[in-house]
Design a protein around this ligand. Structure first.
Ligand SMILES: Cc1ncc(COP(=O)(O)O)c(C=O)c1O
Length: 443
């Protein structure tokens, strides 16, 4: 007798096959040739920014000082290591990150996630009632894809060079009519992924105002989550100091999600949330407990040590490297692709450029994509089956623009290019291949 399959939850059913972007990335990485293929698609940090020696020093210090770093190899708690929480507080205050003062930090709580910022974002989608999530377009595709599988509707509002367009946001909210009461939360990445657009201070303040007004008309608090993953990677000195949304919040609506992945090491898996004490925050702590406590205590204590002793110099080093690469990669884009690039954002913070091409499709089935993945079927382009020519990976805009949003057509001519992981010489080669791919697509 044939049995019906396991009964899966809605989330389980939606997750039985990989998200389109994961499928595409998996296909690329399956037979990735380290010295031949070039990966401009991953959001990996540059290996040389990871402070291996300092991590060794930190681990030794942590294990040698059990009086300060108690039980570092045992289970942790669900709120996070107090050492790390204190270090994050000091880090924010001493470096005036987001303009946060001792007074504002004292009014808020910090919790550490189980597995990076990603796990806190996931937790939010578990503890808040499903509904509409409002975000900017192009959107952080990894989280937005998850939100949709988790039963949320994503409403993406186009951004301009200052971030989410607040005028348009007001129009879209009023366009929801009676569905306004379904708004679950706002999720805004302050230095957006994929575009690296920096959300201006004016927009931050306006967003808080919009969500405050909406909370009043809906007679309930609506959360505004700022994802500040790249906030410490502003490498263009012309960018004015960025202000935290917490500065403008009088109603207890704003929470910030930060990560140490980009400035220390992704493998430490340290993500944190800052915001006011509330039932929501308590639910997030319980959620962390339910999935096996906050990040491994040893990595929390290592991160605490690094923040206390080395963070300033480390951030300078990381940003110096990305600044250099941003400049060189832009030069290369201008030289090799200049004529075909109709818009380009990024280069001031983080490590992505987001390009719009003029008349050239970048989608998975496009000639441009096939050329770079060496799947044209033409041996002269692809190289022999057993020894393909170098392949180049990027994130097609089609995965970043909301499929029902305003940017869907434009997204088919866009791509995210990461200058994080690969070294400059290889990035230059890859952009050269992109120039060839443009010519191939136009033939
Ligand atoms: C916008 C954004 N949020 C969160 C994360 C995840 O950070 P973590 O490594 O702490 O999970 C990333 C990683 O690339 C990101 O781009």
């Amino acid at each position: 007798m044939n049995l019906a399959d396991f009964l899966l939850s809605g989330y389980g059913s939606a997750s039985t096959s990989p998200a389109p972007i994961n499928r595409m990335m998996a296909a690329f990485t399956e037979d990735f040739r380290q010295d031949t293929d070039i990966n401009l698609g991953v959001g990996y940090v540059n290996e040389r920014t990871i402070p291996r020696e300092l991590i060794l020093e930190a681990m030794r210090a942590v294990l040698s000082h059990p009086a300060k770093y108690k039980l570092a190899l045992n289970y942790g708690g669900s709120r996070g290591s107090q050492n790390l929480i204190d270090s994050i507080k000091n880090f924010h205050i001493e470096n005036a990150i987001g303009g946060l003062t001792q007074e504002i930090i004292a009014k808020n709580e910090i919790i550490i996630g189980p597995n990076g910022a990603t796990s806190l974002l996931e937790g939010i989608a578990h503890v808040l009632q499903p509904g509409i999530v409002i975000t900017s377009d192009p959107m952080y595709y990894i989280y937005c894809d998850f939100l949709q599988r988790q039963g949320f509707d994503v409403l993406a509002v186009p951004e301009d060079e200052n971030g989410i367009r607040t005028g348009l946001l007001r129009d879209k909210i009023s366009g929801l009519g009676s569905r306004k009461n379904e708004i679950a939360f706002f999720y805004v990445v302050t230095i957006n992924n994929p575009t690296s657009t920096i959300l201006s201070n004016e927009r931050r303040a306006e967003l808080v105002q919009i969500v405050t007004e909406l909370s009043h008309t809906e007679c309930r608090k609506i959360p505004l989550i700022f994802d500040i993953a790249y906030e410490n990677l502003v490498h263009d000195p012309a960018v004015p100091p960025l202000e935290s949304g917490l500065l403008y919040d009088e109603q207890g609506l704003v929470y910030e999600i930060g990560t140490l992945s980009k400035i220390l090491a992704p493998a430490l898996r340290i993500g944190y949330m800052i915001g006011p004490n509330s039932p929501f925050l308590n639910a997030m702590i319980q959620k962390t407990s339910d999935v096996g406590f906050s990040a491994p205590l040893i990595t929390q204590e290592i991160a605490s040590y690094l923040l206390d002793h080395h963070v300033q110099r480390q951030i300078e080093r990381v940003n110096h490297g990305y600044r250099e690469k941003a400049r060189e990669v832009k030069k290369c884009i201008d030289e090799q692709l200049g004529a075909v690039v109709s818009a380009c954002s990024g280069g001031k913070a983080g490590f992505y450029y987001y390009l719009t091409l003029d008349g050239i499709q970048t989608t998975e089935g496009s000639a441009f994509f096939k050329y770079l993945s060496r799947t044209t079927g033409d041996v002269a382009v692809d190289g022999p089956a057993t020894n393909k020519n170098p392949r180049v990976n990027y994130v097609p805009g089609q995965f970043c623009c909301h499929p029902q949003g305003d940017l869907v057509e434009r997204g088919k001519r866009q791509l995210r290019v990461s200058y994080g992981f690969e070294e400059l010489g290889r990035i230059r080669d890859a952009i050269g291949f992109m120039g060839d791919a443009v010519n191939y697509a136009r033939r």
